[in-house]
Write a protein that binds this ligand. Sequence first.
Ligand code: ASP
Length: 432
Amino acid sequence: MKVCKFGGSSVADENQIKKVRAILESDPERTIVVVSAPGKRDKQDKKITDMLYECVALVSDGRTCHPVFKDIFKRYMDIAKGLGLESPELEKALNEVEKNIDAGLGRDYAGSRGEYLNAVLISKYLGWEFIDAQEYVIINDDGTVDPETYTKLSKRLKKGGHYCMPGFYGATRNGMVKTFSRGGSDISGAIAARAADAEIYENWTDVSGMLAADPRVVENPKVIEVLTYKQVRELAEVGASVFHEEAIAPVIPIGVKINIRNTNRPEDPGTMIVPELYTGDLVGVSAKGGFTRVSIRKLLLFKRRGVRHAFFTALHLFGVTPVFSFFGVDSIVVLFPSSQASDKVVEDMCSRLKADFQLDEINYERAQAVVGIVGGRMNNSTAFIDAATALKKNRIAINLVNHGASDVSTLFVIRDEDRERAVDAIYNELFV
Ligand code: ASP
């Protein structure tokens, strides 16, 4: 069987929801659907989730959420009408949500209602059973999924049944509604796929799969046909989006394949994410900026026991958690998101580290970017040489290369201002 998750733009209005039904009904294997809240119908439009957060802001200012909620109300009622549904339950549910937001039930509750109301509506339209995620999905304090979720939900799903579950939320151990991070319905879809022991988790969105590069930077990038869990994870870490990076975790233990598909072009095969692949093919290139780089040097650094460990602990004391770390003979270089430390904090941290560790040198640079090339057997590949040549041809200075530490990626550290040109240059050199 297949679990299908439809993202915000796929359920943004009645016409989109009609497409959803056609997709579901065209394959009898598709028996569980997980839905997002209605997203944007066009560029100017607002996502229901954002409007719900506006409601919370009004209430925390001591006002009623009505001025915003009335538009949410209308949006759902228009969808119901467009689908030809008589919906006293929906109207009742909408009134109750407005009342509860006004009563101060808070951000997690309000944020989750976009999905809840949409699943109430869509389950009715499909004639499928509604499953409230609050009763089955347990979310730990750190935002991870409690494994008991899978056993609970799995017991609820009967063979031959058809189910519709809202995405994005669950509950804490105490039963309080809790949401995942933004875009978290992808995680809910993965949870349902794991609980149902699905063969495929179809993730329906508004693009025909993951792209080999950012389409805002590169003209007409290729769709990635197939890639592995590990490759998605590494692409996400260097800035590629489409699939929520935490959404892979639930399906890894049972190896469910994930198929990213386009609701508006259901005939396109999309991208398949699989557990393992044994090819050396390149998959994509992506870049993420906004990093600060700190480099330290000390003679015989690694002969001094515990220094490395103490260095990272000292960084944590300043609120800095490096995303990337590199080691030289007598040196360490770390990169962390610049948002973790202001100029003043970085200055203070560097003088403190210099003194405490009696460093020979310490320096830092803001506005750094990391470009990642993701593929197969990268530690045995020479693609990074071609990539470096492409950067050189475009006069892009390479600050650091990390090749061989991961079998699926090579990383280049460059200046933030060169980020887009670097992606374009590498894409054209390696993928065209
Ligand atoms: N509706 C939520 C959001 O806008 C979750 C999701 O769509 O996945 O982030």
